[in-house]
Design a protein around this ligand. Structure first.
Ligand code: HGY
Ligand code: MN
Ligand code: MN
Length: 408
């Protein structure tokens, strides 16, 4: 049983799920709404002026030495993947609220805001970062037409959530009003644990390209169509998927994943006429990622031609890698060092809302060690002491941040 406020709040937040025996909290779902209400209450209890915005974000603000100063925005996301862990995203929001509540009396030279974004995972809709892009002013209105598996558009889902899509444009922040975006997040990898470090400072967030791939062959009777005459969509897709894995294994600094596949019509005795799968290709180097996307596309086209099937590849997401700002890396490292911890810089292979916020302001990230590097899995775990150290370092970072260093 957890004893500290942060960990108890994370236990509470994990209860808001659309599944009884797993944590799944998709963007604009009833579970997301309940979690957003809970975060809103915690922000208000901690002295922040907070509200749900037109993009489904919960944003709270506490003024600095005088009202109306530019803000440092802390935050992360409260949506999850399916069958998720408790800490991916949620940790950064709860830790930020706790850090700000400890600084209430401090007359900082800037305001502090906390953002609980609702669409970082991009699992429900073939679009993502809608909340952070709305704040960054880079949200493409076409994203509102993206539809989920039930055919509900983002626009309609926002309305059902109680948000008015017409209010999205005014969410865009002016560059001068935001000094920085800083996110505390679990590492989702094994490095900090392997080196016995509770915290790390992120140098860059990997860029990503996501696609949906559809292969169309010819459905047929599993018992009567001779093998040489088949145009089996699933077998063609299987060849493509293994080629994706081979390309990533052979490319330094690139990873590629097929996270979802379906075969239609999906009957045991019917040759699949259609196969659909997703592609997620990442690299901290945009040129490596783009070359990887091009090579994988060419290979899929070659396999489709050899197997006489049709291929349709649709890019649903592309975000360039985002370097973290030098002054923020330095300020976070200084706060980590003041806590008596060896500062350790490392890149993030995972995507974050910072990819969107980088269009608006300098971005920084503080990583917390997670057990076995496990994430996007119910076994995701962080230590109570590490969580407390992260909150202390986040608060210390804010107290010692020189806004002038950010403008330099
Ligand atoms: O996919 C990611 O990297 C992030 O967890 N959304
Ligand atoms: Mn995350
Ligand atoms: Mn995630």
């Amino acid at each position: 049983m957890h004893t500290t406020g942060v960990m108890r709040r994370l236990d509470e937040l994990a209860r808001f799920s659309s599944e009884p025996d797993a944590l799944t909290r998709l963007f604009l779902s009833p579970a997301h709404k309940a979690a957003a209400q809970q975060v809103l209450a915690w922000m208000r209890e901690s002295g922040l002026t907070a509200a749900l915005d037109a993009a489904g974000n919960v944003v709270g603000r506490i003024e600095g030495a005088r009202p109306g100063l530019p803000a440092v925005i802390l935050g992360s996301h409260i949506d999850t993947v399916r069958d998720a862990g408790k800490y991916d995203g949620a940790f950064g929001v709860v830790a930020a609220i706790e850090a700000v509540s400890r600084l209430r009396a401090a007359a900082l030279p800037f305001a502090v805001e906390v953002a609980a974004f609702g669409d970082e995972e991009g699992v429900r809709f073939p679009a993502t970062l809608i909340g952070s892009r709305a704040l960054a002013g880079t949200l493409d209105p076409a994203a509102l037409d993206a539809r989920d598996a039930e055919g509900i558009s983002v626009r309609e889902a926002l309305r059902r959530f109680g948000c008015d899509p017409a209010g999205l444009p005014v969410l865009a922040r002016r560059q001068g009003d935001v000094l920085a975006y800083v996110e505390a997040h679990i590492e989702q990898g094994p490095v900090l644990e392997a080196e016995g470090l509770p915290l790390g400072v992120v140098t860059a967030i990997a860029g990503a390209t996501r696609c949906t791939v559809e292969v169309d062959g010819m459905a047929g009777h599993a018992g009567t169509v001779p093998m040489p005459l088949r145009r089996d969509a699933l077998c063609a897709a299987a060849g493509m998927i293994l080629a994706v894995e081979r390309a990533a294994r052979e490319t330094e600094g690139m990873v590629a994943t097929v996270g979802r596949i379906e075969a239609l019509p999906g009957a045991v005795n019917v040759i699949p006429g259609t196969a659909r799968f997703t592609l997620d290709i990442r690299s901290a180097d945009d040129a490596v990622r783009q070359a990887g996307v091009d090579a994988i596309t060419a290979t899929c086209r070659r396999i489709a031609a050899e197997r006489h099937v049709e291929l349709r590849m649709c890019h649903t997401y592309a975000e360039a890698a985002a370097p973290c700002a030098g002054p923020l890396v330095a300020a976070l490292e200084a706060a980590v060092a003041r806590a008596g911890i060896r500062p350790r810089q490392l890149p993030s292979g995972a995507g974050h809302d910072g990819l969107a916020m980088a269009a608006l302001c300098p971005v920084g990230m503080l990583f917390v060690r997670c057990r076995g590097g496990i994430s996007h899995h119910p076994a995701e775990a962080i230590g109570e002491a590490d969580a407390e150290i992260a909150v202390r370092v986040l608060a210390d970072f804010l107290q010692n941040l020189d806004p002038g260093a950010l403008a330099a």
